[in-house]
Design a protein around this ligand. Sequence first.
Ligand SMILES: [Zn+2]
Length: 417
Amino acid sequence: MDRLLDRFLEYVAIDTQSDPYSKTTPSTEKQRNLAKKIVMELHQIGMQDVSIDANAYIMATLPGNIEKTVPTIGFISHMDTSPDFSGKNVKPQIIENYDGKDIVLNSSKNIVLSPKYFDDLEQYIGQTLITTDGTTLLGADDKAGVAETITAMEYLIQHPEIKHGPIRIAFTPDEEIGRGAHLFDVEKFGAEWAYTMDGSQVGELEYENFNAASAKIIVSGKSVHPGYAKNKMVNAINVANEFLSLLPAREVPEHTSDRDGFFHVHKLKGEIENAQIELIIRDHDAGHFQARKELLDDITQKLNKKYGDCVALKIEDQYRNMREKVEPVFHIVEIAKEAMESLGIEPIIKPIRGGTDGSQLSFMGLPCPNIFAGGHNFHGKYEYIPLESMQKAVQVIVKICELTAIQIKSNGKRKKS
Ligand SMILES: [Zn+2]
């Protein structure tokens, strides 16, 4: 546990920002700098089968230390940081025994992390907080997950009295640009299930995420001199506007929460001859998700009938709710929940209003709920993480390994999705 903070600070000092416009994997060469360091460390602490492939996916094994057959489980974190904000020259500040007041991140730029705005801070009074200096993100997302996983493996190696089955760990590039799972070799990983250590505050345990699709609507208009346009002109701008007016006005991100789905229009441009709408569809419920796609189709047909085939709709699926892959092996959630409870951590189980690499992995055959890594305010200068939350994440990993070895007797489930 001693090395946890040092590890974390060493990792965030290495810039690993990913790049959505790059076609390579990893999307940025600099991610290899952290990857190399991690590989070295895995060897140092005594992990087996340490491997790094051409795309910088790292895997390693902690062999089991008991006789009986216990399922192989895994833990996965990502090495990259968000393209949304700089991760270069991260200079973390460590605030010991946090007093509950404003934290000045940067006095010259007047950047303050205040509990008046970020009220989650109040639950960490008395703890050690790691913040940014206001000019970069911190990278707790997800270098906290990396540091926690490695520290938990080191702890298990140093405490052979804790009995566990085979553990696999993996570190991926490019999660922040949605490609962390794309080249993940599930078969090589060889775990029956895994957890991404990539959630936010202490206690988070997630196994539901959105079903997601994107849609593009292209309207082709007919431009005619406005003075002679009657019954001739089709103004693509007006048709696009009518399309939008037929969407349910309250089912948008700014009016929805929990399991409410939405349409989110994020781009609109138009001239008389051509207008384009880009939107995303999100819903946890597969039936509602389908109904949303059908609504877009119905509106398209209706407008095509009214104005002559001028609207083209293109829908593309993005990711699916992992719940359907996790529910048949629900003991994987129960073990994580029990691990938290036995450590005095109250599990916060809620649907993710987004996607995770775990959802992709679940559909690739590796059921993969998400567990807290401890940080807050990801992807920006207000990002921070309490050291105590990181320590709890380490304990949760250790406990999950322990409980999996004990519980295989009682549930005996060895399901593959
Ligand atoms: Zn993350």
